[in-house]
Design a binder for this molecule. Structure first.
Ligand code: COA
Length: 671
């Protein structure tokens, strides 16, 4: 049916309307663009010409802008008396598909739809670009509610690929299907919203996250910059929520949110937004919002340092958004794939919100929501029944191989002293003698060596994590193995330990040590051979060998002074003192300290980020850095340039450069 659509009438030539008309004309449709007077229409055509010119310059149009503009005919919709004009009625009579983009006032829209219903041919579909009003109520003004549909574009329509197609209560499946097809023909990516809920998909999820970000600040738990930084850098969002609100207009957000709550969206609107709205501090357009802009209307990226968000956990801020997504899915408002597609295309998320939930772990999401609920007593934080059911069924996400998505089966292999969990692209090696605080016995050492060799060959695995079971990462070499040992055997043992740690240090894949508790002696030496050390706040680190009458024998005297200032290394080794994780972070011994319940999730997120990078380039970087550090600088430089050159023999370089030029995310294969 979509192929029978030849003529599209866009009503309303404002920000959205002119953009939609441009998209439709560029897709080859005959377009009528209607608004209440000539001035508005002339300005709209001017804006369309400018925008098409830009796209043409970038080589994104197949035709010349003039050819496209010729397809658009402006129409004044009102006559002198303020009623609809005859010309407008005649245009409607030729219309196959109408898209309304007039101000968000129900009575205005109903009037227009009643008029359009009267004049448009019976086959014509009448769509509304509303973002906040019920399709069902707009449709009620017509005698063809089955042919009235929501078609929600994102601003600016020529650049934003997403279109939400919304089914009103009476909209027919056929109308939805035709609208979806039309959106595709217009070069857009449609998602279907099967129930007419306020805010549809994107605005509902955004409202939850935005509101929570705002409450986090209002409750004094973090600052605006800290929240933005955490969401930007830890979750990879293109903008922090406050940055985004400023960019798209705090007034717009305020109105949409208000319209949604009026229609039953349960939320406690954060006072900060209202304050900003009332003070007319609307963001970029007024020169001030959550950030300041020297020239009103001109966007300059606010400064949001990466370090600012280090202490902020992004999960509780995004969890209400995940809860909303779970609701949409359970209520069959949209499919899993459409929800994730909508946040990716509508909000620029690097991955779907349900995908993110799987990575956080559904149990962790539920915990975060419960904490919010406890803190506030507000019902909207109650975890959605779908999330609860998933936890009961053990569908916790990536870590159990099943969540909203299915993952390569998590294989678990139990060796005598190790637990190896394969969660491609991550492999977790868990030191598993918890009753002995994971003391490293000769047997554990050989098992570790063997597992490292095996995982090196496994192409599915891109990142290695080493952690410990129970309350220790590892309390060190197993002291019982030293009883009655001869000096020569002790030396050989020390060499063997060193060799295994060399294997780890020069491993071809990145290695992260997740320090979950005591990290002492050989345990710390093992951790220091990893590329990164993430520690739980409860972790305690030290080289206590001196207290037993000997010195570190698995690289401690060499790696520790390479990580921390010389005198600090000496102090730790001479005194055998144990220091808490925070202090270890201060001297550079660990990279990140997080609350114990977040250790696994933070490590997983970081590991997944590394797993997306080109494996061979990662390996080259690691070798250049590690080997180079031990060599004179000229040898290091020679190594760097050789490895740099070598990478140009890989498929990944071609993929990386092509993806950059095609403006998509690269998929690296490690070939
Ligand atoms: N080698 C062998 N066994 C070890 C060990 C090690 N390095 N570290 C701890 N264990 C064993 C303990 O002997 C104990 O075993 P048991 O229950 O059979 O007696 C078990 O692990 C639990 O340790 P425990 O000392 O009871 O726990 P705690 O909470 O009182 O103290 C530590 C924790 C880490 C302070 C303490 O175990 C310790 O000092 N360990 C030795 C650290 C060390 O010197 N490492 C360097 C070795 S080269």
């Amino acid at each position: 049916m979509a192929e029978r659509i030849k003529t599209i009438t866009v009503v309303g030539a404002g920000t959205m309307g002119h953009g939609i008309a441009e998209v439709a004309a560029a897709a080859g449709y005959k377009v009528y663009l209607a608004d209440i007077n000539r001035e508005i229409l002339e300005k709209a055509l001017e804006r369309i010409r400018w925008s098409l010119g830009k796209l043409y310059e970038k080589g994104q149009l197949r035709e010349h802008p003039d050819t496209i503009i010729e397809r658009i005919t402006p129409v004044v919709s009102l006559d002198e008396k303020g009623g609809y004009s005859r010309e407008f009625a005649e245009v409607l009579a030729k219309t196959d598909f109408m898209i309304e983009a007039i101000p968000e006032r129900l009575e205005l829209k109903q009037q227009l739809f009643a008029f359009a219903d009267e004049h448009a041919p019976p086959h014509a579909i009448l769509a509304t670009n509303t973002s906040s009003l019920p399709i069902t109520e707009i449709a009620a003004a017509t005698k063809r509610p089955e042919k009235v549909v929501g078609m929600h574009f994102f601003n600016p329509p020529p650049l934003m690929p997403l279109v939400e197609v919304i089914k009103g209560e009476k909209t027919s499946d056929e109308t939805v299907a035709v609208t979806v097809e039309l959106a595709k023909r217009m070069g857009k990516q449609p998602v279907v919203v099967r129930k007419d809920v306020p805010g549809f998909i994107v605005n509902r999820i955004l409202a939850r996250i935005m509101n929570e970000a705002c409450w986090t600040v209002a409750r004094g738990e973090a600052s605006i910059v800290e929240v933005d930084s955490a969401l930007k850098y830890k979750l990879g969002l293109p903008m922090g929520p406050f940055e985004l609100a400023d960019y798209s207009g705090i007034d717009v957000f305020y109105y949409v949110f208000e319209a949604m709550t009026q229609r039953g969206f349960k939320a406690h609107p954060c006072p900060l937004i209202k304050e900003k709205f009332e003070r007319k501090e609307w963001g970029v357009k007024t020169g001030k919002g959550f950030y300041e802009y020297p020239e009103p209307g001109k966007y300059v990226r606010p400064s949001i340092p990466r370090e600012a968000g280090e202490k902020v956990d992004p999960l509780p801020i995004i969890a209400p958004g995940i809860n909303e997504a779970a609701y949409l899915l359970r209520e069959e408002v949209a499919t899993r794939d459409d929800i994730d597609k909508a946040v990716k295309l509508g909000l620029g998320f690097p991955k779907g919100i349900l995908q993110m939930a799987d990575e956080f772990g559904i149990d962790k999401v539920v915990e975060a929501l419960e904490k919010l609920r406890e803190k506030t007593g507000w019902e909207e934080y109650e975890p959605d029944p779908l999330l609860r059911r998933m936890v009961e069924e053990g569908r916790l996400g990536v870590k159990t191989g099943k969540g909203f998505y299915e993952y390569g089966k998590v294989e678990e292999r139990r060796l005598k002293t190790l637990l190896v969990r394969l969660e491609p692209p991550i492999a977790w090696i868990v030191l598993n003698r918890p009753d002995k605080l994971n003391a490293i016995s000769p047997e554990m050492l050989s098992e570790l060596s063997r597992v490292l060799d095996e995982l090196e060959e496994d192409e599915r695995i891109r990142v290695l994590v080493v952690t410990g079971e129970g309350r220790a990462f590892s309390a060190g070499a197993d002291v019982t193995a030293f009883m009655g040992i001869t000096p020569v055997k002790a030396m050989v043992y020390s060499r063997k330990f060193q060799e295994v740690l060399f294997k780890l240090e020069y491993y071809t894949k990145p290695v992260i040590a997740a320090l979950n508790g005591y990290t002492l002696g050989g345990g710390l030496e093992l951790a220091m051979a990893a590329d990164f050390r993430f520690a739980s706040e409860t972790a305690v680190l030290g080289q206590p060998e001196i207290n037993l009458g000997f010195i570190p024998g698995a690289g401690g005297t060499q790696r520790l002074p390479r990580l921390v200032p010389l005198s600090k290394a000496k102090e730790l080794i001479y005194t055998g003192d144990m220091i808490p994780a925070q202090e270890a972070a201060r001297i550079g011994l660990v990279d990140r300290v997080v609350p114990p319940e977040r250790l696994e999730q933070e490590v997983r997120q970081f590991a997944l980020k590394l797993a997306e990078k080109p494996p061979l380039a990662l390996m080259a970087a690691k070798y250049a850095i590690q080997l180079g550090r031990e060599a004179p600088i000229w040898a290091g430089m020679a190594l760097e340039s050789s490895l740099f050159g070598l990478l140009f023999s890989t498929e990944d370089v071609i993929e990386g450069v092509t993806a950059f030029l095609e403006k998509r995310r690269p998929k690296f294969k490690g070939r």
